[in-house]
Design a protein around this ligand. Structure first.
Ligand SMILES: Nc1ncnc2c1ncn2[C@@H]1O[C@H](COP(=O)(O)OP(=O)(O)O)[C@@H](O)[C@H]1O
Ligand SMILES: [Mg+2]
Length: 338
C-alpha cells in the first residue's frame, strides 16, 4: 500500500509536478509553516481541484506556482516542475516569460487582474504580447474570445472600462483574458466564490467547455465541493498546509480514505448532489501553523486518532490504483493486527 511506483496509466509526465514543497511565512510571532511536504501532479489536459477549509494553504500553493508570493514567504525545500523545468530554480526572467504565455491565472476578485483605468480592449491586446500578429488581428481575437465567454455585442463593448460591467461579466472577461494566451496551465483561485449560485454554475460550465476546447490543464482552488465535483477530474484535499488525500474525483467523493475528507463529506448532508456553497463545518479548530510539529496534522479533530498519530507523521498510502492518503489508519500492519 505504500507509495512505490506510479500507477501504470500515470506514466506520462505530468504538466505540473509539485514535489515535497515546504513554505514558511516569516511573521512577528514566528514562522508560519503554510505548506508542509506538499506533492501534487497536474496531468496534461486535466482539471485538478484543491479543496480544504479556509487557511489550509490553497491560495499559498496556487500563488507559489505562479511566483506571486509576498516578500515574507520562503520556500525552504521542494521543487515545482512545469513542463519538466523547475520553476523555483529558473532565472526570474525565464519565469516571468512563462506568465501570461504558458501559465495564466484567474482570481476570486476580477479587479485583481483588471486595470480600472484602461479599456478592456487595450488590456486584451496587451495580454497577447507574446504573439507576433498585429494589433487588428489581436483585437479580432479578443472580440472573438469575449463572444465565447458570453459578452453580448463584444464589438462595441470591448471599448468599455471594467466598471461598466457587472461582477459576473468582469469574471468572464478575466477568463477570456486568461485563455486568450492559450496557456498550458490555468490556475483559478476561488474564481466563483464572489458570484451568486446561478452565475457560478454558468462560469463552471464555461470553464469546462473552454478547457476542453483549448486542451489546457486547470488547477482549480475552491471550497465548494459541488463545483469541484462538477468541473474536476482529480482533487487534492488540503488541511493545515498539507495534502492529506488526493485522487480521482469519483474515488475521493465516493470512497474517501482520510478521516478529514470523510468529515468534509459527512457534514455535507446532500453530499455533492446538493449545491452547498460553503464547506461544511467540522467541529474543532484549524491547527496553528506556528512552530514545529510532530504527528498527524488532523489528530486533534480526528475521532479515530490513536497514539501513533501524536508521535509520527503519517506517510502516503496508496488506495487502489490512483488514490493516496496520509493516515496511520491505512497502514497494513495495523489493519492486520486489528
Ligand atoms: N503573507 C502572509 N504572511 C503570513 N501568513 C500568511 C500569509 N499568507 C497566508 N498566510 C497564512 O498561511 C496559511 C494559509 O493561508 P492561505 O493559503 O491563504 O489559505 P487558503 O487559501 O486555504 O484559505 C494561513 O494560516 C494564513 O494565515
Ligand atoms: Mg485562499
Amino acid at each position: 500500500m505504500r507509495r512505490d511506483n506510479p500507477a501504470p496509466h500515470m506514466s506520462a509526465r505530468p504538466l505540473l509536478e509539485i514535489r515535497g514543497l515546504h513554505l514558511d511565512f516569516g511573521t512577528p510571532r514566528g514562522h508560519v509553516h503554510a505548506l508542509r511536504n506538499v506533492s501534487l501532479d497536474v496531468p496534461a489536459g486535466q482539471v485538478v481541484g484543491i479543496v480544504g477549509e479556509s487557511g489550509s494553504g490553497k491560495s499559498t500553493l496556487a500563488y507559489t506556482v505562479m511566483g506571486l508570493l509576498s516578500d515574507n514567504a520562503e520556500v525552504t525545500s521542494g521543487a515545482i516542475l512545469f513542463e519538466g523545468r523547475d520553476l523555483l530554480s529558473m532565472p526570474t526572467s525565464a519565469r516571468q516569460s512563462l506568465l501570461g504565455d504558458r501559465l495564466s491565472m484567474i482570481f476570486q476578485d476580477p479587479m485583481t487582474a483588471l486595470n480600472p483605468v484602461r479599456t478592456i480592449e487595450s488590456q486584451m491586446i496587451d495580454i497577447q504580447h507574446h504573439e507576433q500578429s498585429g494589433r487588428s488581428e489581436k483585437r479580432a481575437r479578443a472580440i472573438e474570445m469575449l463572444h465565447r465567454v458570453g459578452i453580448a455585442d463584444p464589438q462595441s463593448r470591448i471599448g468599455a472600462y471594467p466598471h461598466h460591467f457587472s461582477g459576473g461579466m468582469r469574471q468572464r472577461i478575466c477568463i477570456a483574458m486568461a485563455l486568450l494566451v492559450k496557456p498550458a496551465l490555468l490556475i483559478a483561485d476561488e474564481p466563483t466564490t464572489a458570484l451568486d449560485a446561478t452565475l457560478e454554475v454558468q462560469i463552471i460550465h464555461l470553464l469546462k467547455e473552454l478547457q476542453k476546447e483549448i486542451g489546457c490543464s486547470i488547477l482549480f482552488v475552491s471550497h465548494h465541493l459541488g463545483a469541484v465535483a462538477e468541473l474536476c477530474d482529480r482533487v487534492a484535499v488540503m488541511y493545515g498546509g498539507e495534502v492529506v488525500e488526493v485522487g480521482a474525483v469519483r474515488e475521493i467523493f465516493h470512497n474517501p480514505a482520510h478521516p478529514y475528507t470523510r468529515a468534509l463529506l459527512e457534514c455535507d448532508p446532500g453530499r455533492i448532489r446538493q449545491r452547498t456553497r460553503t464547506l461544511p463545518t467540522i467541529p474543532g479548530e484549524v491547527p496553528s501553523l506556528l512552530g514545529n510539529r510532530k504527528g498527524c496534522i488532523f489528530r486533534a479533530r480526528c475521532s479515530q486518532a490513536f497514539d501513533r498519530c501524536l508521535h509520527e507523521d503519517p506517510v502516503e498510502y496508496r488506495i487502489g490504483l490512483d488514490q493516496i492518503a496520509r493516515c496511520h489508519l491505512l497502514d497494513e500492519k495495523r489493519l492486520v493486527s486489528a
